[in-house]
Design a binder for this molecule. Sequence first.
Ligand code: BES
Ligand code: MN
Ligand code: ZN
Length: 485
Amino acid sequence: MRVTATTEAAASTAADTVVVGLIEGERVVHDAGDGALQALVDGGEARATANHLAVTHAEGKRWILVGLGARERLDDEALRLAAAAAHGRARDLRAKVLAWELPHKLRDHHPARAVVEGTLMAAYAFTACKSGAGDDGSATGVDELIVSDHDDRTAEVARATVVTEAVNHARDLQNAPANVMTPTALGRRAQELAAGHDTLTAEVAGRAGIEALGMGAFAAVAAGTDEEPALIVLRYEPPTARGPVLGLVGKAVTFDAGGISIKPAGSMADMKYDMSGGAAVLEAVGAIAALELPMRVVAVVGATENLLGPGAMKPGDVVTTAAGLTVQVDNTDAEGRLVLADCLHHAIGLGAERLVDAATLTGAIMSTLGRVYSGLWADDEPWAAEVQDAAAAAGELVWRMPLHERYAELIKGSTADLANLSPPRSGASSTAAEFLHRFTGGVPWAHLDICGTAWDSGRAYAPKGGTGAMVRTFVALAERTAAGA
Ligand code: BES
Ligand code: MN
Ligand code: ZN
């Protein structure tokens, strides 16, 4: 979708459809025809109730009136939802060019950004695997979005478009089936991103490279499959850079069958999305490069399948991580921490001065936070605040969870330094975080468990499947690093 900003009134653009938001207790600001919009409100057909929709025609255009609720509660998220609702109706009505007339005087909020995000995210559909056979060709979408405001929103709209396209790219990686989105394919995506920007370089190591780096934990997970694993490193180094080197680390298990500790069939169904952390990292770095942010990133993505081939690691096996710590594999389904242990260590070796990882690490996080919040663990207060502020600015929900020595005690090994499993009901998500913590080498670190939020979030702007969670937060974090240092 083409996205532009204008200071012209939405009604005077070339749009076939204009979206106008209604705020409770407020009159329509720029009416159409002979007061056609206000008349619709007065008649009760159009309402300010959040996300309520009404449609009329005037001045040769179609008008969609969408409820925005009360002004006090009208934040960016409310606008994303309203934009998604309006887009849905516009698409239904075969609108081609949509102009959004932004509500006025929304202090402390970013309506232009929110409308772009809500519209583009809602317009997303995963179609790569559809042949098109049987389509009548009529179901084409909105081609263009014009954001109209009294102030010039060109830069804000351009930025939001780049970031939202990255979110949708991450969703494409998540939604692609595991037989297509292999570790090698993720590596190719990294190369493709790097080819698009002089400031970006990609390196992909396979099984031999992973073993040569002494990544015994990562290699053990990859041993269960013939599919070549990929250690993907993306570096963003623009000529002018400020602040600490941001290390982004992502879990990219392209299919998690659980290994020898095999998952029940029902729990395995969606396990192609176990690469969501890696997808977010790759696409966020692409957006950071496109935005030419003056800071540096080193990104490490560990990609492999977790299967049950003849070479697969077995419960009780002991593996040696690149950091030198040994791990007894009590459950081969707790594979994410094995991959991440080596990737975190690698990121530090490559110069990361701040770390944040994203991983679909534990199903247990959904018992506590559902698909609403991502779990956040951090070992450094200023860095925790940075990540929380970035997430808040991006409009993604994260909730701080505890690290504690008493969780660390629960993952001590009997035959090795560490065990990859803690006892039942011992705080599976927090013991997993403490496991990762052992590999962060004192570098300020934050861990995001995105099991719940990466998939089927149920938001109006997130169709079923991958959500692209944490792309927006990572870009916001990079912006803060560029601005704050
Ligand atoms: N990839 C899973 C976690 C997961 C669960 C992701 C549900 C998405 C939806 C992870 O590798 C895993 O299997 N975790 C185990 C850990 C357990 C063995 C300690 C889990 O959550 O059951
Ligand atoms: Mn698993
Ligand atoms: Zn997994």
